[in-house]
Design a protein around this ligand. Structure first.
Ligand SMILES: [Zn+2]
Length: 381
């Protein structure tokens, strides 16, 4: 339990001051000022601290070499990697948008069984690419024999089959490269009938479809095929005008900004970044919904400071960023009743911060403790 903290139950609810959060059987039992503390309870002191629902990172990958052969790795080694990448940064749920499914599914099994300490994982399994559409950065980093594992369906029927196979193997969602950077500055677009067939197959199974759009054409294919979430804003922003952004909002499409990734892996130049920031600003001002995600795993730097600063530079308030980290993704994944809020009955997924994120964006990075299903995954003494 956590004693004497300021609790932000959700972005919409007022804070509860001097609150005690009682946890039992992996659930939140009580959130009340001065609640009675049961004997023998493990107490995390909350004076000066702020408790929020556990954070989601809606764009991650398990593609780095350290994740290979996760069945054979010692639990403490995996614990340390997961701590560094996720739980020390407050994440209790992550969404893998394309990795070797053998890796992600094994990790997930070991986490869910309690053997390994980590976040809850949703996964896309393998990404789905346009014909002859493997991104250049994957071609450069993966061995040649791995390419057949990257599906590039060339017909609507083949796309349906790939989606069904991914879901049957344990994937929870679909990730399409509607616009794929086959070379620096060159985007290959997924033919619309293929994208539509993949998205329809995902929706028929009650799953979300994510897409990597890259440019205007990739964004249009995502829009016309019914994609739910853009895993990035298009970074080639020519033609991304009010009518395109308005159509995205009308379709209730959401966007994951991943702003630090663009600065770190493409270019830190303002001439490249500013138009992307502007897409995020305009989308938001039209009423578009954003989710928090960093593309960590593709990006080897695991820190989150720069992402929070960039969101703040886009004009996002702390409460909005909290929504992107908690109730926003939980709602989209249809689990808003059990995660994303700090209320009695919800799963005990909690992030304890040393400062109030409504007052400073970097407070989101000052993570004192991370708790998932009542289990303490991170505690800074
Ligand atoms: Zn990614």
């Amino acid at each position: 339990m956590i004693q004497n903290a300021r609790v932000l139950p959700s972005p919409e609810l007022p804070p509860v001051e001097r609150a005690t959060v009682l946890i039992g059987d992996g659930r939140i039992l009580v959130v009340e000022p001065d609640a009675r503390i049961p004997p023998n309870a493990q107490v995390i002191p909350g004076e000066g601290r702020v408790v929020t629902a556990g954070f989601w990172n809606a764009h991650v990958h398990f593609t780095e070499a350290k994740w290979r052969a996760p069945a054979r790795r010692a639990a403490v080694v995996l614990d340390a990697h997961l701590h560094d990448m996720f739980t020390s940064r407050g994440f209790t749920t992550v969404v893998d948008l394309g990795s070797d499914p053998r890796v992600t599914l094994t990790l997930r099994r070991r986490i869910d069984s309690g053997q390994v300490l980590g976040p809850s994982i949703y996964t896309a399994g393998t990404g789905i690419y346009p014909p002859k559409g493997i991104p250049y950065y994957l071609r450069e980093s993966l061995p040649f024999w791995y390419r057949p594992f990257l599906p590039q369906p060339s017909t609507a029927r083949a796309a349906r089959w790939v989606v069904r196979r991914n879901l049957a193997r344990g994937a929870d969602l679909v990730k399409l490269f509607t616009g794929s950077y086959v070379a620096r500055g060159t985007v290959r677009t997924m033919p619309e009938p293929i994208a539509r067939s993949a998205v329809e197959s995902a929706h028929a199974a009650g799953r979300l479809a994510f897409s990597h759009p890259s440019n205007l054409e990739g964004t249009r294919v995502a829009l016309h095929s019914g994609v739910d979430v853009l895993a990035h804003p298009p970074d080639a922003t020519q033609g991304i005008d009010a009518s395109v952004l308005g159509a995205m909002v009308d379709h209730r499409m959401v966007m994951i900004p991943t702003l630090k990734m663009f600065a770190d892996t493409v270019s830190p130049d303002a001439s490249y970044l500013e138009p992307i920031y502007d897409v995020v600003r305009r989308f938001r001002s039209l009423g578009g919904e954003l989710l928090f995600g960093t593309d960590v795993g593709y990006m080897t730097d695991h820190t989150t400071e720069d992402e929070f600063l960039a969101l703040s530079r886009c004009g996002l308030e702390g409460v909005e960023v909290l929504r992107m980290l908690t109730t926003g993704p939980a709602g989209r994944f249809g689990v808003g009743g059990s995660v994303g809020t700090v209320v009695p009955g919800a799963r005990a997924n909690l992030t304890v911060l040393d400062a109030d994120p409504r007052e400073h964006p970097l407070a989101f990075t000052r993570v004192r403790a991370t708790i998932r299903d009542g289990r303490v995954l991170h505690l800074r003494p």
